[in-house]
Design a protein around this ligand. Structure first.
Ligand SMILES: Cc1ncc(COP(=O)(O)O)c(C=O)c1O
Length: 364
Protein backbone atom coordinates (compact mmCIF):
# COMPACT_ATOMS: atom_id res chain seq x y z
CA UNK A 1 0.00 0.00 0.00
CA UNK A 2 1.24 3.48 -0.78
CA UNK A 3 -0.89 6.39 0.30
CA UNK A 4 1.62 8.89 -1.04
CA UNK A 5 1.32 8.39 -4.77
CA UNK A 6 -0.80 11.32 -5.98
CA UNK A 7 0.97 13.36 -8.64
CA UNK A 8 0.44 17.08 -9.06
CA UNK A 9 -1.71 16.58 -12.17
CA UNK A 10 -4.12 14.34 -10.31
CA UNK A 11 -4.16 16.66 -7.30
CA UNK A 12 -4.98 19.61 -9.54
CA UNK A 13 -8.00 17.62 -10.72
CA UNK A 14 -9.47 17.80 -7.22
CA UNK A 15 -12.34 20.23 -6.80
CA UNK A 16 -12.24 20.89 -3.03
CA UNK A 17 -11.46 24.24 -1.38
CA UNK A 18 -7.72 23.66 -1.24
CA UNK A 19 -7.45 23.17 -4.98
CA UNK A 20 -10.01 25.74 -6.14
CA UNK A 21 -9.41 28.78 -3.93
CA UNK A 22 -6.26 29.92 -5.75
CA UNK A 23 -5.61 30.07 -9.50
CA UNK A 24 -4.05 26.95 -11.04
CA UNK A 25 -0.49 28.32 -11.14
CA UNK A 26 -0.43 28.48 -7.32
CA UNK A 27 0.73 25.43 -5.40
CA UNK A 28 -1.79 25.48 -2.54
CA UNK A 29 -0.61 24.65 0.96
CA UNK A 30 -3.02 26.72 3.03
CA UNK A 31 -5.65 24.46 4.50
CA UNK A 32 -5.79 21.11 6.26
CA UNK A 33 -6.57 18.89 3.31
CA UNK A 34 -4.13 16.05 2.76
CA UNK A 35 -2.70 15.13 -0.62
CA UNK A 36 -2.68 11.40 0.17
CA UNK A 37 -4.80 8.74 -1.51
CA UNK A 38 -8.00 8.16 0.46
CA UNK A 39 -7.90 5.17 2.83
CA UNK A 40 -9.18 2.13 0.97
CA UNK A 41 -11.82 1.09 3.58
CA UNK A 42 -13.29 4.60 3.44
CA UNK A 43 -13.22 4.70 -0.36
CA UNK A 44 -14.92 1.29 -0.46
CA UNK A 45 -17.65 2.34 1.96
CA UNK A 46 -18.39 5.45 -0.12
CA UNK A 47 -18.28 3.60 -3.47
CA UNK A 48 -20.63 0.93 -2.10
CA UNK A 49 -23.05 3.59 -0.93
CA UNK A 50 -23.04 5.24 -4.37
CA UNK A 51 -23.63 1.84 -5.98
CA UNK A 52 -26.70 1.43 -3.76
CA UNK A 53 -27.84 5.00 -4.49
CA UNK A 54 -27.62 5.28 -0.71
CA UNK A 55 -27.45 9.07 -0.54
CA UNK A 56 -30.15 9.99 1.97
CA UNK A 57 -30.01 11.59 5.40
CA UNK A 58 -27.55 10.40 8.02
CA UNK A 59 -28.29 7.58 10.41
CA UNK A 60 -25.56 7.86 13.01
CA UNK A 61 -26.56 5.23 15.57
CA UNK A 62 -23.38 3.15 15.19
CA UNK A 63 -20.95 6.05 15.51
CA UNK A 64 -20.87 6.32 19.35
CA UNK A 65 -19.96 2.66 19.81
CA UNK A 66 -17.37 2.79 16.99
CA UNK A 67 -15.78 5.84 18.64
CA UNK A 68 -15.82 4.15 22.02
CA UNK A 69 -14.10 1.02 20.70
CA UNK A 70 -11.50 3.23 18.99
CA UNK A 71 -10.75 5.38 22.06
CA UNK A 72 -10.41 2.37 24.32
CA UNK A 73 -7.89 0.71 22.00
CA UNK A 74 -6.04 3.94 21.32
CA UNK A 75 -5.85 5.65 24.71
CA UNK A 76 -7.54 3.25 27.12
CA UNK A 77 -10.26 5.89 27.34
CA UNK A 78 -13.71 4.45 28.13
CA UNK A 79 -16.31 6.54 26.36
CA UNK A 80 -19.88 5.66 27.28
CA UNK A 81 -21.75 5.70 23.94
CA UNK A 82 -24.67 7.27 25.78
CA UNK A 83 -22.51 10.36 26.33
CA UNK A 84 -21.78 10.87 22.61
CA UNK A 85 -23.70 13.38 20.50
CA UNK A 86 -22.98 13.22 16.77
CA UNK A 87 -22.74 16.64 15.10
CA UNK A 88 -21.56 17.95 11.74
CA UNK A 89 -18.09 19.15 12.65
CA UNK A 90 -15.88 20.14 15.53
CA UNK A 91 -16.34 23.89 15.26
CA UNK A 92 -20.15 23.64 15.32
CA UNK A 93 -19.86 21.21 18.26
CA UNK A 94 -17.84 23.82 20.15
CA UNK A 95 -20.44 26.44 19.27
CA UNK A 96 -23.29 24.23 20.50
CA UNK A 97 -21.48 23.64 23.78
CA UNK A 98 -20.80 27.36 24.24
CA UNK A 99 -24.32 28.45 23.43
CA UNK A 100 -25.95 25.90 25.71
CA UNK A 101 -23.51 25.75 28.62
CA UNK A 102 -22.70 29.46 29.09
CA UNK A 103 -24.70 32.67 29.34
CA UNK A 104 -25.00 35.16 26.48
CA UNK A 105 -22.06 37.56 26.57
CA UNK A 106 -19.95 35.39 28.89
CA UNK A 107 -16.18 35.39 28.52
CA UNK A 108 -14.49 32.36 27.03
CA UNK A 109 -10.78 31.67 27.46
CA UNK A 110 -8.63 30.55 24.53
CA UNK A 111 -4.85 30.18 24.21
CA UNK A 112 -3.35 32.08 21.27
CA UNK A 113 -1.56 31.56 19.01
CA UNK A 114 -4.44 29.23 18.20
CA UNK A 115 -6.48 27.99 15.22
CA UNK A 116 -8.07 31.29 14.08
CA UNK A 117 -11.71 30.07 13.90
CA UNK A 118 -11.61 29.79 17.70
CA UNK A 119 -11.96 33.58 17.74
CA UNK A 120 -14.83 33.76 15.28
CA UNK A 121 -16.67 30.77 16.76
CA UNK A 122 -16.63 32.37 20.20
CA UNK A 123 -17.43 35.88 19.03
CA UNK A 124 -19.48 35.60 15.86
CA UNK A 125 -21.15 32.18 16.02
CA UNK A 126 -21.75 32.03 19.76
CA UNK A 127 -21.90 35.77 20.63
CA UNK A 128 -19.54 35.33 23.61
CA UNK A 129 -16.37 37.31 24.36
CA UNK A 130 -12.84 36.03 23.86
CA UNK A 131 -10.54 36.21 26.87
CA UNK A 132 -6.98 35.53 25.74
CA UNK A 133 -4.56 33.61 27.93
CA UNK A 134 -1.63 33.13 25.53
CA UNK A 135 0.56 30.06 25.68
CA UNK A 136 3.93 30.69 27.27
CA UNK A 137 7.29 29.58 25.98
CA UNK A 138 9.05 27.55 28.58
CA UNK A 139 12.35 25.83 27.96
CA UNK A 140 11.99 26.37 24.21
CA UNK A 141 8.46 24.92 23.94
CA UNK A 142 4.95 26.32 24.05
CA UNK A 143 2.86 25.28 27.02
CA UNK A 144 -0.22 26.29 28.97
CA UNK A 145 0.09 29.26 31.31
CA UNK A 146 -1.45 27.71 34.43
CA UNK A 147 -1.07 30.87 36.49
CA UNK A 148 -2.71 32.89 33.71
CA UNK A 149 -5.54 30.39 33.50
CA UNK A 150 -6.08 30.53 37.24
CA UNK A 151 -6.29 34.30 37.15
CA UNK A 152 -8.77 34.24 34.26
CA UNK A 153 -10.90 31.47 35.77
CA UNK A 154 -11.15 33.49 39.02
CA UNK A 155 -13.01 36.21 37.12
CA UNK A 156 -16.76 35.51 37.40
CA UNK A 157 -17.26 36.76 33.84
CA UNK A 158 -15.30 33.76 32.55
CA UNK A 159 -17.61 30.79 32.12
CA UNK A 160 -15.82 28.52 29.63
CA UNK A 161 -12.42 27.54 28.31
CA UNK A 162 -11.81 26.16 24.81
CA UNK A 163 -8.71 23.99 25.10
CA UNK A 164 -6.91 22.91 21.93
CA UNK A 165 -5.32 19.53 22.63
CA UNK A 166 -3.04 18.75 20.88
CA UNK A 167 -2.56 22.42 20.21
CA UNK A 168 -2.78 23.84 16.71
CA UNK A 169 -0.61 25.49 15.42
CA UNK A 170 2.18 25.03 17.97
CA UNK A 171 1.96 21.24 17.97
CA UNK A 172 2.19 21.07 21.75
CA UNK A 173 0.88 17.81 23.15
CA UNK A 174 -0.13 18.89 26.65
CA UNK A 175 1.22 16.88 29.56
CA UNK A 176 -1.12 14.86 31.72
CA UNK A 177 -0.19 16.94 34.76
CA UNK A 178 -0.98 20.24 32.99
CA UNK A 179 -4.35 18.88 31.88
CA UNK A 180 -5.16 17.70 35.37
CA UNK A 181 -4.19 21.09 36.77
CA UNK A 182 -6.50 22.76 34.24
CA UNK A 183 -9.34 20.48 35.29
CA UNK A 184 -8.83 21.24 38.96
CA UNK A 185 -8.84 24.98 38.30
CA UNK A 186 -11.93 24.75 36.09
CA UNK A 187 -13.75 22.64 38.63
CA UNK A 188 -12.84 25.00 41.49
CA UNK A 189 -14.11 28.05 39.57
CA UNK A 190 -17.11 26.50 37.83
CA UNK A 191 -15.64 26.96 34.34
CA UNK A 192 -16.83 24.62 31.57
CA UNK A 193 -13.95 23.03 29.62
CA UNK A 194 -14.50 22.39 25.92
CA UNK A 195 -11.57 20.33 24.65
CA UNK A 196 -10.98 20.33 20.89
CA UNK A 197 -9.13 17.04 20.38
CA UNK A 198 -9.52 16.81 16.63
CA UNK A 199 -5.81 16.16 16.08
CA UNK A 200 -5.44 13.51 18.77
CA UNK A 201 -5.21 10.47 16.45
CA UNK A 202 -2.48 12.32 14.50
CA UNK A 203 -0.10 12.64 17.45
CA UNK A 204 3.28 11.72 16.05
CA UNK A 205 5.57 8.99 17.25
CA UNK A 206 7.27 9.75 20.51
CA UNK A 207 4.49 11.83 22.08
CA UNK A 208 1.39 10.64 23.93
CA UNK A 209 -1.97 12.37 23.82
CA UNK A 210 -4.02 12.32 27.01
CA UNK A 211 -7.76 12.66 26.34
CA UNK A 212 -9.05 15.38 28.63
CA UNK A 213 -12.05 13.44 29.90
CA UNK A 214 -9.89 10.41 30.70
CA UNK A 215 -7.46 12.54 32.69
CA UNK A 216 -10.23 14.10 34.75
CA UNK A 217 -12.32 10.97 35.21
CA UNK A 218 -14.12 11.20 38.53
CA UNK A 219 -13.19 14.81 39.30
CA UNK A 220 -16.20 16.09 41.21
CA UNK A 221 -18.04 19.08 39.85
CA UNK A 222 -16.21 19.42 36.55
CA UNK A 223 -18.35 20.26 33.53
CA UNK A 224 -16.55 19.33 30.34
CA UNK A 225 -16.93 18.12 26.77
CA UNK A 226 -14.47 16.75 24.25
CA UNK A 227 -14.97 17.39 20.53
CA UNK A 228 -13.41 14.76 18.28
CA UNK A 229 -13.62 13.62 14.67
CA UNK A 230 -11.98 11.30 12.16
CA UNK A 231 -11.93 14.20 9.71
CA UNK A 232 -8.34 15.48 10.09
CA UNK A 233 -6.60 12.15 10.53
CA UNK A 234 -8.31 10.42 7.60
CA UNK A 235 -8.81 13.53 5.48
CA UNK A 236 -12.60 13.45 5.30
CA UNK A 237 -13.55 16.96 6.55
CA UNK A 238 -15.94 17.53 3.65
CA UNK A 239 -18.06 14.52 4.62
CA UNK A 240 -19.21 16.12 7.91
CA UNK A 241 -19.28 13.96 10.99
CA UNK A 242 -17.88 14.88 14.42
CA UNK A 243 -18.58 13.60 17.89
CA UNK A 244 -19.14 15.59 21.06
CA UNK A 245 -18.39 13.51 24.15
CA UNK A 246 -20.05 15.04 27.22
CA UNK A 247 -19.17 14.49 30.87
CA UNK A 248 -21.97 12.97 32.96
CA UNK A 249 -22.49 16.40 34.52
CA UNK A 250 -23.64 18.04 31.26
CA UNK A 251 -24.82 15.26 28.96
CA UNK A 252 -28.52 15.43 29.84
CA UNK A 253 -28.54 19.21 29.63
CA UNK A 254 -26.95 19.12 26.16
CA UNK A 255 -29.18 16.34 24.87
CA UNK A 256 -32.24 18.33 25.86
CA UNK A 257 -31.20 21.53 24.11
CA UNK A 258 -29.13 20.68 21.04
CA UNK A 259 -31.70 20.90 18.25
CA UNK A 260 -32.43 18.01 15.93
CA UNK A 261 -31.60 20.32 13.03
CA UNK A 262 -27.98 20.53 14.25
CA UNK A 263 -27.68 16.75 14.23
CA UNK A 264 -29.03 16.71 10.67
CA UNK A 265 -25.99 18.74 9.65
CA UNK A 266 -24.15 15.41 9.85
CA UNK A 267 -23.59 13.93 6.39
CA UNK A 268 -24.58 10.35 5.60
CA UNK A 269 -21.23 9.90 3.88
CA UNK A 270 -19.61 11.38 6.96
CA UNK A 271 -21.13 8.61 9.07
CA UNK A 272 -20.04 5.91 6.60
CA UNK A 273 -16.52 7.35 6.31
CA UNK A 274 -16.19 7.72 10.07
CA UNK A 275 -17.27 4.13 10.75
CA UNK A 276 -14.77 2.85 8.17
CA UNK A 277 -12.01 5.05 9.63
CA UNK A 278 -12.51 4.05 13.27
CA UNK A 279 -13.03 0.37 12.48
CA UNK A 280 -10.66 -0.32 9.59
CA UNK A 281 -8.51 2.78 9.13
CA UNK A 282 -5.57 1.64 11.29
CA UNK A 283 -3.10 0.53 8.59
CA UNK A 284 -3.68 3.68 6.52
CA UNK A 285 -3.19 5.88 9.58
CA UNK A 286 0.03 4.08 10.51
CA UNK A 287 1.45 4.71 7.06
CA UNK A 288 0.29 8.33 7.09
CA UNK A 289 1.99 8.97 10.45
CA UNK A 290 5.15 7.36 9.17
CA UNK A 291 5.17 9.59 6.06
CA UNK A 292 4.59 12.71 8.18
CA UNK A 293 7.39 11.78 10.52
CA UNK A 294 9.80 11.31 7.61
CA UNK A 295 8.65 14.58 6.00
CA UNK A 296 9.27 16.72 9.06
CA UNK A 297 12.74 15.26 9.33
CA UNK A 298 13.40 15.98 5.63
CA UNK A 299 12.19 19.56 6.08
CA UNK A 300 14.39 20.15 9.09
CA UNK A 301 17.37 18.50 7.42
CA UNK A 302 16.98 20.65 4.32
CA UNK A 303 16.64 23.85 6.31
CA UNK A 304 19.53 22.92 8.53
CA UNK A 305 21.78 22.28 5.54
CA UNK A 306 20.72 25.57 4.01
CA UNK A 307 22.10 27.19 7.12
CA UNK A 308 25.36 25.33 6.72
CA UNK A 309 24.72 22.71 9.39
CA UNK A 310 26.49 19.39 9.09
CA UNK A 311 24.76 16.30 7.69
CA UNK A 312 25.39 14.42 10.90
CA UNK A 313 23.46 16.91 12.95
CA UNK A 314 20.74 17.34 10.35
CA UNK A 315 19.95 13.64 10.43
CA UNK A 316 18.36 13.93 13.86
CA UNK A 317 16.77 17.34 13.61
CA UNK A 318 13.00 17.68 13.64
CA UNK A 319 11.03 20.93 13.76
CA UNK A 320 8.60 19.85 16.44
CA UNK A 321 8.40 16.50 18.12
CA UNK A 322 4.91 15.20 18.83
CA UNK A 323 3.28 17.82 16.68
CA UNK A 324 0.19 17.25 14.63
CA UNK A 325 1.27 18.07 11.10
CA UNK A 326 -1.43 20.60 10.52
CA UNK A 327 -1.08 24.34 10.85
CA UNK A 328 -4.53 25.80 10.28
CA UNK A 329 -5.55 29.29 9.25
CA UNK A 330 -5.69 30.56 5.72
CA UNK A 331 -8.51 31.92 3.63
CA UNK A 332 -11.97 31.10 4.89
CA UNK A 333 -10.71 30.62 8.42
CA UNK A 334 -11.88 33.94 9.83
CA UNK A 335 -10.44 37.39 10.04
CA UNK A 336 -7.03 36.35 11.25
CA UNK A 337 -6.67 33.45 8.86
CA UNK A 338 -4.29 34.68 6.19
CA UNK A 339 -1.97 36.50 8.56
CA UNK A 340 -1.86 33.51 10.82
CA UNK A 341 -0.77 31.20 8.04
CA UNK A 342 2.24 33.22 7.03
CA UNK A 343 3.01 33.93 10.68
CA UNK A 344 2.92 30.24 11.48
CA UNK A 345 5.21 29.49 8.58
CA UNK A 346 7.66 32.16 9.67
CA UNK A 347 7.58 30.80 13.21
CA UNK A 348 8.14 27.27 11.92
CA UNK A 349 11.08 28.41 9.81
CA UNK A 350 12.56 30.35 12.70
CA UNK A 351 12.27 27.25 14.88
CA UNK A 352 13.80 25.06 12.23
CA UNK A 353 16.65 27.50 11.62
CA UNK A 354 17.44 27.41 15.29
CA UNK A 355 17.39 23.68 14.74
CA UNK A 356 17.51 21.61 17.92
CA UNK A 357 20.37 19.16 17.78
CA UNK A 358 19.65 15.45 18.17
CA UNK A 359 20.55 15.51 21.83
CA UNK A 360 18.03 18.34 22.35
CA UNK A 361 14.97 16.48 21.10
CA UNK A 362 12.21 16.44 23.62
CA UNK A 363 8.62 15.29 23.83
CA UNK A 364 5.77 17.28 25.35
C1 LIG B 1 -7.83 22.67 16.04
C2 LIG B 1 -8.87 22.53 14.97
N1 LIG B 1 -10.16 22.42 15.33
C3 LIG B 1 -11.14 22.29 14.42
C4 LIG B 1 -10.84 22.28 13.07
C5 LIG B 1 -11.96 22.20 12.08
O1 LIG B 1 -12.68 21.03 12.25
P1 LIG B 1 -14.10 20.85 11.64
O2 LIG B 1 -13.97 20.95 10.16
O3 LIG B 1 -14.52 19.50 12.11
O4 LIG B 1 -14.95 21.94 12.22
C6 LIG B 1 -9.53 22.36 12.64
C7 LIG B 1 -9.22 22.32 11.22
O5 LIG B 1 -8.12 22.26 10.77
C8 LIG B 1 -8.52 22.50 13.61
O6 LIG B 1 -7.25 22.64 13.26
Amino acid sequence: MSIDREGLASLRGRTSAKWRFYPPEVLPAWVAEMDFTLAEPIARALHDAVDRSDTGYRWADEVPQALSTFTRAEWDWSVDPANVIVLADVMSSIAQALVHLTDAGAQVVINPPVYPPFFSTVEKVSARQVREVPLVVSDGAYRLDLAGLEEAFSDPQVQAYVLCSPHNPTGTVHSESDLFAVAQLASAHGVVVIADEIHAPMTLTGARHHPFLSVVDGLVGLRAVSCVSASKTWNIPGLKCAQLVASDSVVEQLRDVIPLEATFGVGHFGVLGTLAAYRDGGPWRAEMLDVLDRRRRQLAEGLYRLRGGSDDLAAGVVPSVGAPAHAGGGPGCGADGEGATSGQLRAALRGARRGPRPDQLRHE
